[in-house]
Design a protein around this ligand. Structure first.
Ligand SMILES: [Fe+2]
Length: 287
């Protein structure tokens, strides 16, 4: 067969990729060709539409930098990141559920328990504490707890590096002998994902808002256990039902307890409004 036409081109391409020596490459390549061709047959794009699609992906790549990952935003907003997460983290009963990693993680500076990570962020004080346990309930000492979140205007430190070169709202803690960690920071807020690029244009063309409900990110690691990447969402947030990146799970919604003055949980004397968030996490063995 020399001629490729609308009827036989899919089989012709599949025939070429079947020569892949790595069986996983072959499986992925075949599925890619089958689904991509099915997409084109369903949509029947004009040539101008196909060129627009190529330009969209090109602009998505050009938008990426050391601190901006437009392809992660694209994956997140199309629900692909959450689907990959769900497939890879079918957690057993008792383990804390996972959610997406997001584009705003960088390895954080390490702090002692009780430290304040708010840096140049301003806002209402928030005390975060919790215990890391295995699924049998035993506390895990020396587990690594990475925490990161936005400021009270909805921006991560990485989005304001030109004004503030130092990190803020992110830190690494190690659990003590009772498996606990604690820190001070300031309360974040709901925020729009960066929507000044091609992904923002896609959302607006699709009639979607770019907001994520208020949350704090956690990544927890301990030797012999699966890495846990998750968020804790603020109960009552108006975007819990329409997270732009589909990251919400009911088990990850908590009340950020409001307080006025008084003694904080670590004995600090407070004045004015502040909040506390207590969250225990259960992690699974890695094997
Ligand atoms: Fe976030």
């Amino acid at each position: 067969m020399h001629e490729s036409n609308e009827d036989n081109i899919t089989e012709a391409v599949l025939g070429r990729v079947r020569g892949a020596s790595d069986p996983r490459v072959r499986t992925i390549s075949e599925a890619l060709v089958r689904h991509l061709h099915a997409f084109i047959r369903e949509v029947e794009p004009t040539e101008a539409e196909w060129e627009a699609g190529i330009r969209f992906l090109t602009r998505t790549g050009h938008m990426c930098s050391a601190t901006r990952q437009e392809f992660i935003l694209l994956s997140d907003t199309l629900g692909v990141s959450m689907l990959v997460d769900a497939i890879n983290h079918r957690v057993s009963a008792g383990a804390t559920e996972t959610t997406i990693f997001g584009p705003f993680y960088v390895p954080p500076p390490e702090f002692p328990n009780g430290a304040d990570i708010s840096g140049h962020f301003s806002g209402s004080p928030l005390y975060i504490s919790g215990t890391i346990r295995n699924v049998d309930g035993a506390p895990l000492a020396a587990a690594i707890v990475d925490v990161w979140h936005s400021d009270a205007e909805g921006f991560y430190d990485l989005q304001k590096l030109d004004q503030h070169p130092d990190h803020a709202g992110r830190g690494r803690f190690r659990t003590d002998t009772s498996g606990s960690f604690r820190l001070w920071t300031v309360r974040p807020t709901a925020y729009p994902i960066p929507n000044d690029g091609p992904v923002g244009q896609m959302l607006s063309a699709q009639g979607r808002h770019p907001y994520r409900p208020e949350h704090v990110h956690f990544m927890i690691q301990a030797p012999g256990y699966r890495k846990l990447v998750t968020h804790i969402f603020a109960a009552g947030d108006p975007y819990l039902d329409s997270d732009a990146v589909f990251g919400v799970k009911d088990s990850l919604i908590r009340t950020y307890q409001g307080h006025i003055g008084g003694l904080a949980l670590d004995g600090r004397t407070m004045s004015g409004p502040w909040f506390s968030l207590h969250q225990d996490f259960s992690i699974e063995p890695s094997a």
